[in-house]
Write a protein that binds this ligand. Structure first.
Ligand code: FMN
Length: 140
């Protein structure tokens, strides 16, 4: 059974709702899933999981959340080479620039993106929820 971590940060619950769908998808595909926030996860835990979904909304000016998520993720980035990951998150008024930048950084580190990154404006609708489930399945 593959072990999947879903590591997310969310302020108003939109990315959290996405994380729960990702976890459900991975479970439905047979994975053992742990859902965590940056407090519970760190770079030294990366090797404990076969695949990791990272979720963070657009914050700052098209950036990752800077106090909790970004420091955690920055510490993970040098260990992304060859690692199966997928990215998701909610945004508000932008056009998804934060996700394009984030995805590019992960690709540059040699991460293996198992699914197209899933973004949605504010709360996930049914289509976004379904896409999150598929993303979860792709990690299992
Ligand atoms: C301080 C702050 C900065 C934000 N910056 C952006 C941004 O740069 N681009 C954007 O599209 N949305 C931005 N948003 C909107 C959030 O990404 C959006 O409300 C998202 O749904 C929040 O997700 P969450 O419920 O998981 O916290 C920002 C929101 C806040 C509070």
């Amino acid at each position: 059974m593959s072990k999947v971590a879903v590591v997310y940060w969310s302020s108003t619950g939109n990315t959290e709702a996405m994380a729960n769908e990702v976890a459900e998808g991975a479970k439905a595909a047979g994975a053992e899933v742990s859902v965590m926030t940056p407090d519970d996860f760190s770079a030294d835990k990366m090797d404990e999981y076969d695949a990791i979904a990272f979720g963070c909304p657009a914050m700052g000016a098209e950036e990752l959340e800077e106090t909790e998520f970004e420091p955690m993720f920055s510490a993970c980035i040098s260990r992304l080479g060859g690692k199966k990951i997928a990215l998701f998150g909610s945004y508000g008024w932008g056009d998804g620039e934060w996700m394009r930048t984030w995805e590019e950084n992960c690709k540059n580190e040699g991460a293996v993106l198992t699914h197209e990154s899933v973004i949605c404006q504010e709360e996930p609708d049914d289509d976004a929820k379904a896409a999150c489930q598929e993303l979860g399945k792709s990690l299992a």
